[in-house]
Design a protein. Structure first.
Lengths: 254, 311
């Protein structure tokens, strides 16, 4: 059956899926993220938006320990990442990996089981079955044995989503999931993400297209090195906050 | 014994004596290790670093020889020469790492600089050694192009054991190695440190390089790390199969090269091994089922047939 679980509602209402406090990130001598506070709740879908160089990807990567934090504290479900890695899934930019890699769709999805298998654990038929269930969930059953380079951009993004599902993640952090996919594919991806959110997962995505924010997301974090605004789209995604995020010139993009 | 009229087949059938048999099997294991380890290096796109690493062994070989002679030995102990080689290779690796991370020098330039400078230094040291009358320096140049002929029984055992250990370790740690090679960022979020995994891979590559120094030689060992994986990639879209095929090609090349060398001791073993690996690459390029030229042409022809059929 479909491998999703409902998250205990009590926990999801009280403890944020992700809380960030005072997070700063620096490369060389430039501060790219400065003293950012943010909270992301289970059952919500948040867009991190801001101009190029605003530190969106850096915020995501520092949160996940991929790049070092200069300062600040990060907690997933009230705990440090190290203790609950399986519940936290990173969905990287599609362009970040080599799609010519000798791997089939199922091989990539099975990578999601690393937390369970470890280095020496034996791969059992039950693991393969779970991977296939996750692949079915994102609609790629017919492609499970294809080499990943033979997929379209949207299908590749769905492979990453299936990998996140395979690790049984309760929060997904996506870096520009819609980059380089066509409109129809984008809609299909959003549908999958909405379904995951409605099951109680927290979805956090770096996003570029301001026009689609209200349709796709229920929360926003406006970022330009520092936090400009945060909250439900209805209250935080305002003309004024956008002007402050993008500068007055940038507001014309909306 | 086989008839004397066909002496060259003796070595290939492991009938050329106990020593030659050990050397042949040892270099086969070395080839397997190089193919297997090289595949992960290739998938991580770090193949070229192994070239700098291999060339950086040469100063260490020379210095270890000088040190042994200075201490009154004949400078022929393979384990001690390899310790010297390993230390200077590590120094070279450190230079590549520092140059590529702390300066604006791109990785390929750093590799080129370290490769050529350490090779130059090594050649100077070897030349100095040749002017000395102390020690038995004959044979040191065998480290350049490899020579399986005249190898001691203990050397062959060392090479076989080293190769088997390296191959086993790589296969044991295949999961984190693959995770990092495919998607280092995701690996980090799963608690697999890319930096530590890369370091482990480099140590294993160093082990294979040192193991292969005597048989293949430091100039050509990189070919044994690169050609089998590239050939194997033409056979499969699955990493596990690519690793296995690369190990098979490397092993066959190592076996064939050492056997040929036992038959014709003047042949440089390393060069023969690399040419055999290259032959495997050419065959793979032609008939490799996934990306070989002939299967590709057949698939295209079939597609065209479909078009004609429907149109």
């Amino acid at each position: 059956m479909i491998p999703h679980r409902q998250i205990a509602p009590v926990a999801s209402l009280t403890v944020p899926a992700l809380s960030i406090s005072g997070l700063s990130v620096a490369y060389d001598d430039a501060i790219v993220v400065g003293d950012v506070d943010a909270r992301f709740m289970s059952g919500t879908m948040t867009a991190i938006i801001g101009p190029n160089g605003a530190g969106k990807s850096s915020l995501l990567k520092a949160t996940l320990g991929i790049v070092p934090k200069l300062a600040g504290h990060v907690a997933f479900f009230g705990e440090p990442l190290e203790t609950i890695r399986d519940r936290v899934a990173y969905v990287p930019q599609r362009a970040g990996v080599d799609w010519d890699f000798p791997a089939r769709v199922i091989d990539v999805v099975l990578m999601g089981l690393y937390g369970e298998l470890g280095i020496f654990g034996r791969l059992r038929p039950s693991h393969e079955k779970r991977a296939m269930d996750c692949i079915a969930r994102v609609g790629l059953t017919d492609f499970a044995r294809r080499q990943i380079g033979a997929l379209s951009g949207g299908q590749q993004q769905r492979v990453f989503l299936a990998r996140a599902l395979a690790q049984r993640a309760d929060i997904l952090l996506l870096d520009e999931p819609f980059a380089g996919v066509d409109a129809a594919t984008e809609k299909a991806l959003v549908q999958v993400l909405h379904a995951l959110r409605d099951e109680g997962r927290a979805i956090v995505a770096v996003h570029h297209d301001l026009a689609t924010v209200p349709a796709y997301f229920d929360h926003v974090l406006l970022l330009n090195r520092r936090r400009i605004a945060e909250g439900p789209v209805a209250t935080a995604f305002t003309e004024k906050a956008l002007a402050e995020t993008y500068g007055t010139r940038g507001a014309a993009h909306v | 014994m086989a008839p004397a009229a066909l002496p060259m087949f003796d070595a290939f059938l492991l009938q050329a004596g106990y020593n030659a048999t050990l050397v042949t099997l040892g270099s086969m294991l070395l080839g397997v290790a190089a193919g297997v380890t090289g595949t992960f290096l290739y998938l991580r796109k770090r193949s070229l670093i192994s070239d700098a690493l291999a060339h950086a062994t040469l100063p260490g070989v020379g210095l270890a020889f000088l040190l042994m002679v200075a201490l009154g030995g004949d400078g022929r102990s393979l384990p001690l020469l390899l310790v010297g080689a390993g230390l200077s290779a590590l120094a070279g690796l450190l230079c590549v790492h520092l140059l590529s991370t702390r300066t604006r020098l791109p990785l390929d330039a750093a590799v080129g600089a370290v490769l050529s400078v350490s090779y130059g230094l090594g050649i100077v040291i070897l030349t100095v050694i040749q002017t000395l009358s102390a020690g038995r320096q004959a044979g040191l140049e065998g480290f350049l192009l490899g020579s399986a002929a005249g190898m001691l029984r203990s050397d062959a055992l060392l090479i076989g054991f080293g190769g088997a250990t390296a191959a086993l370790l790589v296969i044991l740690f295949r999961r984190p190695l693959l995770l990092v090679a495919f998607d280092a960022g995701y690996a980090a979020t799963r608690g697999v440190s890319p930096a530590r995994t890369d370091l482990m891979l480099m140590v294993l590559v160093l082990a294979v390089t040192l193991t292969g120094l005597k048989v293949v030689g430091l100039i050509l060992i990189v070919a044994l790390l690169i050609i089998p994986p590239v050939a194997a990639r033409l056979w499969s879209d699955r990493a596990g199969v690519v690793v296995a095929v690369a190990g098979g090609i490397g092993g066959a090349a190592g076996y064939g090269g050492a056997a040929a060398s036992a038959t014709a001791p003047d042949l440089p073993t390393g060069a023969v091994i690399v040419l055999l690996a290259f032959a495997a690459f050419v065959i793979s390029l032609l008939v490799g089922p996934v990306r070989g030229l002939i299967p590709q042409a057949l698939r295209r022809a079939r597609m065209r047939g479909h078009l004609d059929g429907t149109g």
